[in-house]
Design a protein around this ligand. Structure first.
Ligand code: ATP
Length: 243
């Protein structure tokens, strides 16, 4: 299988806090890979170091065979990114932001179709600042897809979305996967992870405590539900403390 993303021994400290410690990752083309872990476990730091928006203290990364630090411009023509907080001009309407984003790419996807896909067709003239949290989230996913990317990074994909919107976003992502899109996402929702992810990695205090499929996570724990297996991998110390 063709490898799309590799990270080796990524390490990042903020002062005395080691947020990421010897992080290794391999994601193949067409895979949906989920990074899991508690608040502060190091998921966003890992994403940012992989994307080259944060400089690791140590380690190497390749996306589509390119180094994200030295090939940033070329790479970003083929990679889409949706962060928890995307920055945009203060007073800009939905349609304007779509056009500005599309203008950055040689062969952008039709923003109107993407807005339709994410249920935002009636918001073209609305100020981005006036969208609800969930609508903004959907807009940022649509914007990440404008480049028609081969790889997409989704940080907390469906946080803040209502039940219907979550389902719709999942279906959109699964459809894109069928076309060969590679996805690296972070999530706190086990139902989402079970629906979407071919592989998962669980982080704890910047270290990998599990990597494999959802089924393997369950099989390697004493439990038969992913959520229980997740707690098993992330809360060992707490369990021991309470004994
Ligand atoms: N710029 C920074 N300066 C100092 N500490 C930071 C900085 N960014 C992150 N950290 C710390 O690094 C650790 C990892 O943070 P990170 O944002 O990567 O976690 P996360 O797993 O993405 O969390 P969440 O689920 O809350 O988004 C946390 O303890 C956080 O407080």
């Amino acid at each position: 299988m063709e490898v799309t993303i590799t990270a080796e021994k990524l390490t990042k400290s903020y002062g005395s806090l080691k947020a990421l410690d010897q992080f290794d990752l391999t994601v193949c083309r067409g895979e949906i890979f989920g990074l899991l872990g508690a608040n502060g476990a190091g998921k966003s730091t890992a994403m940012e170091c992989i994307l080259g928006t944060r400089k690791p203290d140590y380690g190497t990364v390749e996306i589509l065979g390119m180094n994200p630090f030295t090939n940033r411009k070329k790479l970003y023509e083929r990679v889409g990114v949706q962060f928890q907080e995307t920055s945009y001009q203060d007073k800009i309407r939905v349609w304007e932001l779509c056009q500005v984003t599309a203008s950055l790419y040689k062969t952008p996807r039709d923003p109107k179709l993407l807005l339709h896909q994410f249920g935002l067709s009636d918001k073209l003239k609305v100020m981005v600042n006036d969208l609800s949290g969930g609508q903004k989230q959907r807009l940022f996913i649509a914007l990440a897809l404008i480049a028609d990317p081969e790889v997409i990074f989704l940080d907390e994909l469906t946080t803040g979305l209502d039940v219907r919107a979550r389902r719709d976003v999942w279906n959109s992502i699964l459809k894109l996967k069928e076309d060969g899109l590679t996805v690296l996402l972070t999530s706190h929702f086990m139902d989402e992870v079970e629906t979407l992810c071919d592989k998962i990695m669980i982080l704890k205090n910047g270290r990998t405590v599990f990597e494999g499929t959802v089924n393997e996570a369950i099989q390697n724990s004493p439990y038969d539900q992913l959520e229980d297996a997740y707690f098993y991998f992330t809360e060992e110390e707490r369990k021991n403390e309470s004994i």
